[in-house]
Design a protein around this ligand. Structure first.
Ligand code: HEC
Length: 269
C-alpha cells in the first residue's frame, strides 16, 4: 500500500514539474477562479535582487488606451514585462474573466510573437489562457481580444509575468502579477430608470431646468441659428439658464468626463 501511495505521489510531483519554457501547467495569474495560493513562484524560486513590473494596456482601433469596452469591438492587448538587473528573458500568463459570471470573457486572436492560447483545467472547468510559447527577450507579449457581443458587465484581466535567467531550471527567476478591470461602456448610462424624454424639465423653461440624472454634470446649449454655444454646469440637479437668450436650443448633456451622453431640444422662454 505504501509503495502504491509513493508511486502516485511521484507521478503527481512529476506532472506538476513537467513544465517547460513554452508554457505554464496551471493557472497562476491570481484570477478569482484559481487556487489563490498558486503563482509562478509555486515553481520558480524568487531572485531577491530583481524587481519585476508589468505594464498592461488595452488599445482601441485608434491606438488609444481604453478603460471601457464596447460590445463586439476588437482591441489590442499589450503586456510588457520589465525588470532590472538584466534578466535574460521573460514569460507571462494572462486570462480575461467576466466579473459577474466568472466565465471566460471575450475571444482571443492574432497572437503576437511567442504568444500562444492554452486551455487549462481549473477546478474541473476549462479556462482560456495566453502563455509564452517560448521565453521572449524584449518581454512584450501581444494579442487581439474581441469583447463579448453583448454587454457582460465588467471584465477583469488577470496576469502574471516573470523575468528569467534561462539557466534551464526554475531557480533565480522573479515573478509578479496584477489585474486590470475593463469597465462595461454602458453600465453607467444603461440605467433602466433613465427616461430620455424627461431627462431635462420643464420644457419650455424660464430661468431654471432640472435634470433627472446625476450622471449629467454639464450641458452645452447650442443655438443652431447663430452657432452660439453656452456651457453651463449642473448644480444639485439644477441648471441656471437665466443668462440664455430666448430661443430654441439643442442641448448636449455631458458626464463629468465631458462625454456627450444625450442630446435634447429645449425652448428657453
Ligand atoms: C508547476 C511549475 C511551474 C509553474 C507554476 C511555472 N513554471 Fe515556468 N517553468 C517551470 C519549469 C520546470 C521550467 C524549467 C524547464 C525549462 O527550462 O524548460 C520553467 C521554465 C520557464 C521559462 C523558461 C526560462 C527558464 O529559465 O528555463 C519561462 C519563461 C517560464 N517558465 C515562465 C513561467 C511563468 C510566466 C509562470 C507564471 C505565469 C511560470 N513559468 C510558472 C515550471 C513552472
Amino acid at each position: 500500500m505504501r509503495h502504491i501511495l509513493l508511486y502516485f505521489g511521484l507521478i503527481t510531483v512529476s506532472v506538476l514539474f513537467l513544465s517547460n519554457a513554452g508554457g505554464v501547467p496551471q493557472g497562476v495569474t491570481g484570477s478569482i477562479t484559481e487556487a489563490s495560493h498558486n503563482s509562478c513562484g509555486t515553481c520558480h524560486t524568487s531572485q531577491t535582487d530583481v524587481d519585476v513590473a508589468i505594464d498592461f494596456k488595452i488599445l482601441n482601433k485608434d491606438n488609444q488606451q481604453v478603460t471601457k469596452y464596447i460590445s463586439g469591438e476588437t482591441y489590442s492587448i499589450a503586456l510588457q514585462v520589465n525588470a532590472n538587473n538584466n534578466p535574460k528573458s521573460y514569460g507571462f500568463q494572462l486570462t480575461a474573466i467576466e466579473e459577474d459570471t466568472k466565465d471566460d470573457a471575450g475571444t482571443w486572436d492574432r497572437y503576437g510573437d511567442k504568444v500562444k492560447p492554452v486551455i487549462l483545467t481549473i477546478f474541473q472547468k476549462q479556462r482560456r489562457y495566453l502563455n509564452q510559447s517560448a521565453p521572449k527577450i524584449d518581454g512584450l507579449f501581444t494579442a487581439e481580444w474581441k469583447a463579448p457581443e453583448t454587454d457582460k458587465g465588467n471584465i477583469v484581466f488577470y496576469y502574471a509575468g516573470i523575468a528569467v535567467n534561462l539557466n534551464g531550471n526554475t531557480s533565480g527567476d522573479k515573478h509578479t502579477k496584477g489585474q486590470f478591470k475593463l469597465k462595461s461602456n454602458t453600465s453607467s448610462i444603461d440605467d433602466k430608470t433613465l427616461d430620455k424624454k424627461i431627462l431635462l424639465y420643464p420644457n419650455p423653461a424660464g430661468n431654471h431646468i432640472r435634470l433627472q440624472s446625476d450622471l449629467i454634470t454639464q450641458i452645452d446649449f447650442i443655438d443652431p441659428s447663430c452657432h452660439l454655444t453656452v456651457h453651463l454646469s449642473v448644480e444639485d440637479g439644477i441648471v441656471d439658464i437665466s443668462s440664455l437668450p430666448v430661443g430654441l436650443y439643442i442641448c448636449l448633456l455631458k458626464d463629468h468626463h465631458g462625454q456627450a451622453l444625450f442630446t435634447q431640444q429645449l425652448i428657453k422662454l
